[in-house]
Design a protein around this ligand. Structure first.
Ligand SMILES: [Zn+2]
Ligand SMILES: [Zn+2]
Length: 384
């Protein structure tokens, strides 16, 4: 695929260090325009970045239309790596949401987390719930253990942050027990008031709740006038709870605990951004009917990798033929997808990008520590 243009621009990467708001900025970036867009739609473009990091002060109150900030919390700053799954969302109201912590967050003490009001989980597999923190010295492609989490990384994070935890299937009680094992007190169910099943945060203790397809919950910061809506949609994968996380008396050797259904999420933010998080899944027809026609996501985070989820060809088909958002982020790529922020040749990620050519759908590569800002239409407003 021909790169039509390349220009140097600057862009920002916001990270929260403890409770102090600091902004990290990554230096130069490369914008590559790909193909031609459909009539009436934004030309499809690929946003990646490269450059060295430098630090400076945080921005003041945001200007212009409200945006949702999305920051990947991956293995290596500025790249998309093998283990990367975790995304941190910040609504314009300040509500902060973590998706699938996995193995690239160092428990509840990871300085990138800051306040964390909600944690959502697709399924219990170890690369999502998090059995360990990867060995940082391994860099982008490694998978060896650094820290380990006897109750799972998600429980460690939620216990430290007093987060509300939403999961599908039978995960609510299971995760509540994992959090209880850390804190020593029972984990309550999350409140759900009124017609929108509203929970007000911040909380003084974590809670867990089940969400099953067709249902929804809304979470609102106490000082905010609007909340963020969370919906669960089907996924087509599996959801066995790793035996190492099943409390005594455990399960038979080489079997997993029953976790119920694996899920994807649709999250509707207060500025109108509607994100479909596929979770691990194959292609299914309801992506076209229920998810596109009813929930109308304008940003898709597509888990696509190799043998256990959407492959790059299937992922591209699902996004451009079934879901049809304005923008897509490929994730869960199970490879070192980028080198200094640029997509490497011969990768599945490159294959996905090539398959998306001419679709009119923007592609944003989720680079660890690089905060992208999205308006209510699904457009990235600070991509180069
Ligand atoms: Zn899985
Ligand atoms: Zn996975």
């Amino acid at each position: 695929m021909a790169v039509q243009q390349s220009s140097k621009v600057t862009w920002n990467c916001i990270r929260r260090l403890a409770n102090a708001a600091l902004m990290l900025s990554l230096g130069t970036a490369v914008l590559a325009g790909l193909g031609s867009g459909r009539s009436g739609r934004v030309q499809d473009r690929l946003w990646t970045a490269s450059g060295a990091a430098s630090a400076h002060r945080a921005a003041g109150p945001s200007q212009g239309p409200p945006v949702v900030k999305i920051t990947p919390l991956g293995s290596q700053a500025g790249d998309l790596c093998r283990d990367d799954r975790a995304l941190l969302f910040e609504d314009p109201t300040g509500l902060r949401v973590l998706w699938d912590p996995g193995r690239t967050i160092d428990g509840g003490t990871d300085g990138r987390l800051g306040d964390l009001h909600v944690v959502i989980l697709s399924h219990a597999h170890t690369d999502h719930i998090g059995d360990r923190f990867h060995q940082p010295a391994d860099g982008c492609g490694g998978n060896a253990a650094g820290s380990t989490f006897s109750q799972g990384n998600l429980a460690a994070i939620a216990a430290a942050k007093n987060s509300a935890v939403f999961g599908g299937g039978e995960m609510a009680d299971f995760l509540g027990r994992k959090i209880q094992n850390i804190r020593g007190t029972a984990t309550p169910g999350c409140a759900a008031a009124g017609l929108t099943n509203e929970l007000t945060v911040p909380l003084t203790a974590p809670c867990t709740a089940a969400l099953r397809p067709g249902g929804s919950r809304t979470v609102r910061l106490s000082q905010a006038s609007a909340g963020v809506k969370f919906v669960v949609v089907p996924a087509f994968h599996s959801n066995g709870i790793p035996s190492a996380l099943v409390d005594t008396p455990g399960v038979a050797p080489n079997t997993t605990g029953y976790g119920g259904s694996e899920v994807g999420f649709v999250v509707k933010f207060t500025n109108g951004l509607t994100v479909y998080l596929t979770g691990d899944t194959g292609v299914f027809g309801d992506m076209d009917t229920i998810i596109r026609r009813f929930y109308q996501p304008n940003l898709v985070v597509a888990n696509m990798s190799d043998m256990v989820t959407l492959g790059p060809d299937e992922g591209a088909f699902a996004v451009k033929e079934l879901i049809k958002p304005l923008t897509v982020m490929p994730s869960h790529v199970n490879e070192q997808a980028t080198d200094s922020g640029s997509v490497r040749s011969g990768t599945r990620t490159r294959r996905f990008i090539d398959q998306m050519s001419g679709s009119g759908i923007n592609i944003v590569i989720p680079l660890s520590g690089v905060t992208r800002q999205f308006d209510g239409t699904g457009k990235c407003v600070n991509c180069p």
